[in-house]
Design a protein around this ligand. Structure first.
Ligand code: MTE
Ligand code: MO
Length: 389
């Protein structure tokens, strides 16, 4: 028995969900309940919400109730019995898979950190305002994902020669300025074939909730969150990158002087890899602390390439004049964040704490990030102003 889903269904009495669809005998469970009450909404509709930062540094695995939600459009309600995932394009044998078909593949589980490319956009906005959801540093979380390796699906379908890219399509509808579209993502074939890349059906031991993409999503560890497409219903194998808005136009890194009016998105490639980053989760911005020695806690994320790692974290009590080395807390694995803590001494009055991480190649986060009008990939030192008395 490779799958926990049926056990879960029995234990939680989810046969009711199957009955409700008139599919007695269907073994597929419904979604895990949406839990959003602990999140801070940055936008109500569609819901975009992040946890309080203090919460985030509590545990290596982020409980689903504290996991950020980032959605661009509608939140589909998918009937698990009627659901089909298609795999077509440059394949020898196009596939149309039900949830039961997906569960008949051997299951794979991966612990990975998911982070929005717009995490810490709020700080970009303080340099010069940018549009989009104004995320603090909480559009990130780490979960245990379970599903099917994308490579196994592609083996079954058979790749035609010349295949180079995968396109992913969600069932949601997103209103662009001039038209509605579905949310799409994509990855180069090389990443699709790697063992960490999944079509995920479960998050933290339960079926996906609706907010997190029930019943299926791609999960692309090391890549920006936008490539982990929720409510996934179609995979296309192609010789070129997807033409979906969110691959061809959005989620690109434009230079600081580019503007929405003048930029030519076709001149820039899609963002794939995450970049080295870190944030202070506690104390929080504006907190009052006791002067003297204080403990600072937070997370650091490695660059997204396989083998990317965080080698060092440093914390400054004085806005970057002096630095103290932090120590790692808890577990880590490939494609996950690392939690850390450090002791620094702060005087009475106002102080600016800062954190910066260094990766396995010796590269350290810059003091200031490359500002861009989309507000992506803020990798500057993370700073938090506190008062001590
Ligand atoms: N279909 C669909 N998939 C999507 C999105 C979306 O709006 N629609 N948002 C993407 C973005 S930008 C991020 S950061 C992650 C967030 O996943 P989460 O909401 O489960 O945290 O989902 C990605 N997948
Ligand atoms: Mo995102």
């Amino acid at each position: 028995m490779r799958w926990t889903r049926r056990h879960f269904m029995g234990a939680a009495g989810l046969a009711g969900a199957a009955l409700a669809t008139g599919q007695t005998g269907c073994s597929v469970a419904g979604p895990a309940p949406d839990e959003t009450h602990e999140l801070i909404a940055r936008q109500d509709s569609p819901l975009n919400a992040e946890p309080r930062l203090e919460r985030l540094a509590d545990s290596w695995i982020t409980p689903t109730r504290s996991f950020y939600i980032r959605s661009h459009g509608t939140r589909p309600a998918v009937d698990p019995a009627g659901f089909r995932l298609s795999v077509d394009g440059m394949v020898d044998r196009p596939l149309t898979l039900s949830l039961e078909d997906l569960e008949s593949f051997s299951g794979a589980s991966v612990t990975a950190t998911l982070q929005c490319a717009g995490n810490r956009r709020l700080e970009h906005s303080k340099v010069k305002p940018v549009g989009g959801v104004q995320w603090d540093a909480g559009a990130i979380g780490t979960a245990e994902w379970r599903g099917v390796r994308l490579a196994d699906l592609l083996h079954k379908a058979g790749l035609m020669s010349g295949a180079k890219h995968l396109w992913f399509e969600g069932l949601d509808s997103v209103a662009l300025k001039d038209r509605p579209t579905s949310f799409g993502g994509g990855v180069p074939l090389e990443k699709a074939m790697r063992p960490e890349t999944l079509v995920a059906l479960e998050m933290n031991g339960r079926p996906l909730s609706r907010e997190h993409g029930f019943p299926a999503r791609t999960l692309v560890p090391g890549f920006i969150g936008a490539r982990s497409v929720k409510w996934l219903h179609r995979i296309v194998v192609s010789d070129r990158p997807s033409e979906n808005n969110f691959v061809a136009k959005d989620y690109k890194m434009f230079p600081p002087d580019a503007t929405p009016e003048t930029v030519k998105p076709e001149a820039f490639g899609p963002i794939y890899d995450m970049v080295l980053g870190s944030a202070i989760c506690s104390p929080g911005s504006g907190d009052n602390v006791k002067a003297g020695k204080i403990t600072v806690r937070g997370y650091a994320v490695p660059p997204g390439d396989p083998g990317g790692r965080v080698a060092r974290v440093e914390v400054s009590p004085d806005g970057g004049k002096s630095w103290v080395e932090g120590r790692f807390r808890g577990t880590k694995s490939d494609f996950t964040w690392q939690l850390w803590e450090a002791e620094v001494t702060v005087p009475i009055g106002e102080s600016t704490l800062a954190v910066r991480a260094t990766d396995g190649t010796g590269r350290t986060q810059p003091e200031n990030a490359a500002w861009n009008f989309k507000g992506y990939l803020n990798d500057s030192w993370h700073r938090v102003k506190i008062r001590a008395s």
